[in-house]
Design a protein around this ligand. Structure first.
Ligand code: PSV
Ligand code: MN
Length: 383
């Protein structure tokens, strides 16, 4: 018997953060494609995020990328977002586009360039304070292309010093999330290539430095759910960039290639949230999408992503934890796997429709988006 009351309570706690940058024109490294009606500035990006929240009811915050989302008046932007029912989420510094960062940002051999990179992150800390955000989310493109190009240990030392300065000068209630990615744009070595390095750096910094897991940033075959379980057990998991990949860092919509993987990752979060010892830290984990919608219409793709993520999370909520532990104790491998598959195979769409109905939300947000013809409205308004 499914305990609907418990499921609905756990669903109430399930929130996603939307990335401002997913609502504007995107592309591959070969070309950027224009979508008619796509957001042209941060206000329009917030408007689009607010629409996704209005239709789904579970996306109350929007992450910003600086300088892409830079404005003169941050208080005005914050008010604008709040009027639309959104809070400002993680602030993402951009340490990868300025030509000065060709040989690195926080790791650059030049002290002048390192200071410039640090100053940019501190500018983002200031923006976070002005917009009411408590999270700085850091990803570095730093790395080298050829053996011998720079000294690994010197780079690590510079990185640690730069991060130490940032961490010590952030407000005492602000979090620093450190994202890793195993390659690209650097092709020989990357300074923060994996969770081990993110963990090491964040562990050295302190309690408010945490690891961010982007689902597209691992070599093929990596067991991401195991990384997630490890970080949760160490209270070192800060957040996710949800997306999916087939080959490299493809930024496809979540679960489009491997839904079972997402289900297994969510299972780790669900179980940690229910564990009295881990519950507080697991509840703080930010679930953000980091996707690029090129062939799918952007808002529609985001609504679809939210619904799929919510669906897979609900399946994870259905896993019979007691029975699973019992099977594990008895070394009953088939039974243990069947318990997971039972939940994974359950069609939870009726549960979610009922949940949305009770919340006064559209039962089928994708259909409403199409019927209300939001796409055409955007096209007209943004001509
Ligand atoms: C890098 O590939 C990354 O995942 C980082 O999170 C960046 O901030 C983001 O993509 C830019 O889209
Ligand atoms: Mn990312």
């Amino acid at each position: 018997m499914i305990n609907m009351e418990r499921i609905f309570k756990e669903l109430d706690e399930l929130k996603f953060e939307l990335p401002s940058w997913a609502f504007s024109d995107a592309g591959t490294r070969f070309a950027v494609f224009h979508e008619e009606g796509a957001a042209r500035n941060v206000f329009e990006r917030i408007e689009d995020a607010a629409l996704v929240h209005r239709l789904t009811g579970c996306c109350p915050s929007v992450a910003l990328h600086i300088p892409w989302d830079k404005v003169e008046n941050w208080e005005e932007l914050r008010e604008f977002a709040e009027e639309k029912g959104l809070k400002i989420g993680a602030i993402n510094p951009n340490l990868f586009q300025d030509p000065d960062y060709k040989y690195g940002s926080l790791t650059n051999p030049s002290e002048k360039i390192r200071k410039k990179a640090i100053a940019h992150v501190m500018e983002c800390v200031d923006i976070a304070e002005k917009t009411g955000s408590k999270v700085i989310s850091l990803w570095l493109a730093d790395g080298t292309d050829y053996p011998g190009q720079d000294d690994f240990r010197s780079r690590k030392k510079r990185l640690e010093e730069s991060l130490r300065y940032i961490y010590e000068n952030m407000p005492a209630d602000m979090y620093l999330l450190i994202e890793y990615k195993f390659f690209e744009p650097a092709f020989y070595h990357t300074d923060i290539p994996d969770w081990g390095m993110s963990y090491l750096l964040s562990e050295k910094l302190g309690e408010r430095a945490l690891v961010l897991v982007d689902l597209g940033h691992h070599p093929q075959g990596t067991n991401i759910e195991y990384i997630v379980a490890t970080l949760l057990s160490e209270k070192k998991l800060g957040g996710f960039h949800l997306n999916n990949r087939k080959y490299a860092d493809d930024d496809l919509t979540i679960a489009s290639i491997n839904p079972y993987e997402v289900f297994l990752i969510f299972k780790e979060i669900v179980f940690a949230k229910r564990d009295p010892e881990l519950s507080d830290s697991a509840k703080k984990v930010v679930l953000m999408f980091d996707q690029a919608h090129i062939t799918k219409p952007k808002i529609l793709a985001m609504i679809q992503s939210v619904l799929i993520a919510q669906e897979l999370f609900t399946k994870a909520l259905l896993i019979d934890e007691n029975r699973l532990r019992e099977a594990q104790k008895n070394y009953d491998v088939v039974e243990a796997e069947e318990i997971l598959l039972d939940a994974f195979r359950t069609d939870v769409r009726p549960i979610l429709r009922e949940y949305r109905r009770q919340k006064g939300l559209p039962e089928d947000p994708l259909r409403v988006f199409r019927e209300e013809d939001y796409m055409e409205k955007r096209r007209r308004e943004r001509r």
